[in-house]
Ligand binder design. Structure first.
Ligand code: MLT
Length: 263
């Protein structure tokens, strides 16, 4: 499905429409809603699942970069308006988590509860900011598939890397992202705010999820994130790296289902 919000056309999936509780799934970088394929199919029996392609990603349109976390959060609030959804359980993975923090700062009244998967509150370090610029130049020269080749080994757990089906799904999704969107997203990631001061302000029920073998945001970071958010729960997904919902959907979905039941 498609909706025009804030001047761009966003593509999204909307499943389980009869349910009162809505779950908004926010993918990471450089990905799209296919990250959530097993959540869209597996959780729609319990909740209404909304999974957009963010501006600049997947089948959605892009705009001039940088694609800021604030812009993405405003797009999602506008998408909820379009769908007539007042409040949603908001689940974000990695960049999706950064966007969830922005959504909390800008549209807290739209958030029923939060799921923060494989993400962090810290902004980019000086070195990371420089690296974003290098990647922006590189991807314009060599394209999305080359970026996927470089990133994939760090994104997946060793057992996922030995599973051709998982490697193929993740690589295809990354290789199909539009270069303009990747460059815009890198600018937004580089410029994102420090969300650490936001954490103690979070009053929504929160579940932090970490892939047990996530090399980018290790479980210890997930534990620290959960400890900084009042009352937050922590779930570790075994045999999963940074893309935990794709790598071990059974354990990921079980953690989300248990959390939804607790609300
Ligand atoms: C993501 O998975 O969204 C990225 O790892 C986020 C980032 O590069 O900071």
């Amino acid at each position: 499905m498609n909706a025009r919000v804030n001047g761009v056309r966003l593509a999204y999936s909307d499943r389980g429409k009869g349910h009162e509780t809505a779950l908004l799934l926010i993918h990471g970088f450089p990905l799209d809603r296919r990250l959530w394929a097993a959540q869209i199919s597996g959780l729609a029996s319990a909740v209404r699942v909304i999974a957009p392609d963010l501006r600049g990603h997947g089948c959605s349109e892009t705009s001039a970069g940088p694609l800021t976390m604030d812009q993405q959060a405003d797009d999602l609030a506008a998408l909820l308006d379009h769908l007539g959804i007042e409040r949603a359980v908001v689940a974000g993975l990695s960049m999706g988590g950064y966007i969830a923090f922005a959504l909390w700062r800008r549209h807290a009244d739209r958030i029923r509860a939060l799921v923060l998967a494989d993400t962090r509150a810290e902004p980019d370090s000086v070195v990371a900011r420089v690296n974003r610029g290098t990647t922006m130049a590189q991807v314009q020269k060599t394209g999305a598939a080359a970026l996927a080749d470089t990133m994939l080994p760090r994104l997946l757990s060793p057992s996922s890397l030995a599973t051709p089906r998982i490697v193929a799904a993740a690589h295809k999704m990354m290789a199909e992202q539009p270069v303009a969107g990747i460059v815009g997203a890198l600018g937004g990631l580089r410029d994102r705010a420090d969300s650490r001061p936001t954490l103690p302000t979070i009053t929504a029920p929160t579940l932090v999820i970490a892939g047990a073998e996530d090399a980018l945001t290790p479980p210890a970071d997930g534990a620290a994130l959960a400890a900084a958010i009042p009352g937050a729960q922590l779930a570790i997904v075994p045999r999963a790296g940074h893309l935990s919902p794709l790598e071990n959907p059974r354990a990921f979905n079980a953690a989300v289902r248990a959390f939804l039941r607790s609300l």
